[in-house]
Design a protein around this ligand. Structure first.
Ligand code: SF4
Length: 464
């Protein structure tokens, strides 16, 4: 067996763990809430991100290979490549590492170094291997590799557009809707997506909720009987060891009024090796558990990702997809249709297509709302309803999600709608009205039936 040529060096979890220059706003970050610990305290099995990767780079024409795994990581044996902890430890977090894989000019490198001081870089070797390094517009690259536009357009938008801080009832627990809560156990993700809504959290450098904080969250849920749905989301909860995750999930499951648990994770997309038998057997014990993941482009649907989703499904965990509409990545009918068809083929339901939130550092990836509506219009009817996600805006200031769709009603009068279909054909549709309290159903719903029933015809009652 070949030996991997991997040099292991100690690295900070994120580049932002280093102090920023005085001028950088990163320095006025909030103090760490008391009780938070670094992830290395909590991940009893594997402290993530502690090592760098250095592989022998061999030039090969990209057209000859499906991914760059065998171009850049050919010396990594399958046993390591398929080990999620190896992938996690060997994330690419520094520009110096990145240039070994992606060609960047000296100027680009300098610019990106500045960007990563505010918005760090973290990509798994697996996800990096999906990037075509020779295409600056590659849709996978744009999700993972920083852009100078994050800083150039950095004043546009808000830090916390969804106002999650306002709805935080105890640290880590957001209670916005009456029957459900969002529980955030860590701010660490294997990959830092450039469009992330919680970019503001990155500067805190990686934390995991302490046992006391978890206790406070569980206590709140136990005392609020209206909560029937607990969403454990990101940072990515699957960053934690299976044992750690089980210690929380099993406690939630004991709360009688909690009907379902949902997990929000991008692991099936960016590090599918994490979805192993141990995790799936654990999740199977505490159902009903639903899992929402986040594929944005059809090229993310690899055999590894398909296998991860299949494992979850076989363990009784339904998998839905929530994608984000991103400029130059998936903002066309063709890209969305291919994505959704690909998802259905791996038995994942396309659930939501989100308008990209107005988060600082993401403006260059946002599209006009009309783009999303046109995409849905180009899909609805042209493909099945199952393949068409609901396009939603998550409103700022805790407004919640609002679904948006094309307007198919051309005119409306009492008793009739004029509708257009996906082919622009026009149809008249009789619209039954709700009977008034004093009317019989025959009177209200079937004017022609009034005569048969011996009742005066509509509009003739007072004609003497
Ligand atoms: S996985 Fe989700 S929470 Fe983590 S960086 Fe990506 S978008 Fe943000």
């Amino acid at each position: 067996m070949k030996t991997a040529s991997v040099k292991l060096k100690r690295q900070p979890v994120y580049e932002s763990e280093k102090r920023c220059p005085e001028s950088c706003s990163n320095n006025d970050s909030e103090e760490e809430p008391p009780g938070r610990r670094s992830i290395s305290d909590d991940l009893e099995e594997e402290p993530p991100g502690r090592h760098s990767i250095c592989c022998v780079l061999t030039e090969e024409p990209p057209s000859k290979i499906a991914t760059t795994r065998y171009r850049f990581f050919r010396d990594i044996p399958d046993s390591l490549w398929n080990d999620w902890k190896w992938q996690f430890r060997n994330r690419i977090t520094r520009i110096e590492q990145l240039v070994q894989f992606i060609p960047l000019s000296i100027e680009d490198q300098a610019q990106l170094r500045l960007v990563t001081m505010r918005y760090p870089l973290s990509v798994t070797p697996y996800y990096l291997s999906l990037i075509n390094p020779d295409d600056p517009d590659d849709p996978i690259r744009k999700q993972a590799i920083p852009s100078p536009l994050e800083m150039i357009m950095g004043s546009m938008g808000l830090e916390d557009p969804l106002d999650e801080k306002r709805d935080t009832v105890v640290p880590g627990l957001v209670h916005r809707y009456p029957d459900r809560v969002l529980l955030v156990l860590t701010d660490i993700c294997p990959m830092l997506c450039r469009h992330c809504t919680r970019k503001r959290e990155w500067r805190n450098g990686g934390w995991v909720r302490s046992p006391a904080e978890v206790e406070a969250m569980l206590d709140y849920i136990s005392h609020h009987k209206s909560i029937r749905d607990v969403i454990i989301s990101g940072g990515d909860p699957l960053t934690l060891s299976t044992r750690h995750l089980e210690s929380v999930i099993s406690r939630i499951r004991k709360i009688k009024h909690v009907e379902i648990i949902r997990i929000g994770t991008r692991f099936p997309v960016v590090l599918p090796q994490r979805i192993d038998n141990e995790l799936c057997s654990m999740l199977a014990k505490y159902g009903p558990i639903w899992l929402n993941t986040h594929f944005n482009h059809v090229r993310e649907i690899t055999p590894e990702a398909a296998k991860a989703c299949d494992r979850l499904l076989r363990s009784g965990v339904p998998v839905n997809n929530q994608s984000v509409l991103l400029r130059g990545i998936n903002d066309s009918v063709e890209a969305q249709t291919k994505l959704c068809h690909g998802l259905l083929k791996i038995k994942v339901r396309p659930y939501y297509l989100f308008q990209c939130d107005e988060v600082q550092g993401t403006e260059h990836l946002r599209t006009p709302v009309e783009t999303g509506i046109k995409i849905i219009e180009g899909m609805r009817g042209h493909t099945s309803g199952l393949a068409t996600p609901t396009f939603v805006i998550d409103l700022p200031q805790s407004g919640g999600k609002v679904p948006l769709q094309p307007n198919y009603i051309l005119a409306q009068s009492e008793g009739e709608l004029v509708l257009r279909n996906y082919e622009e054909r026009v149809f008249h549709y009789r619209n039954p009205r709700t009977p008034a309290r004093t009317e019989s159903p025959v009177e209200a719903l079937c004017p022609a039936g009034r005569a048969t029933a011996g009742l005066p015809q509509e509009g003739t009652a007072n004609l003497g």
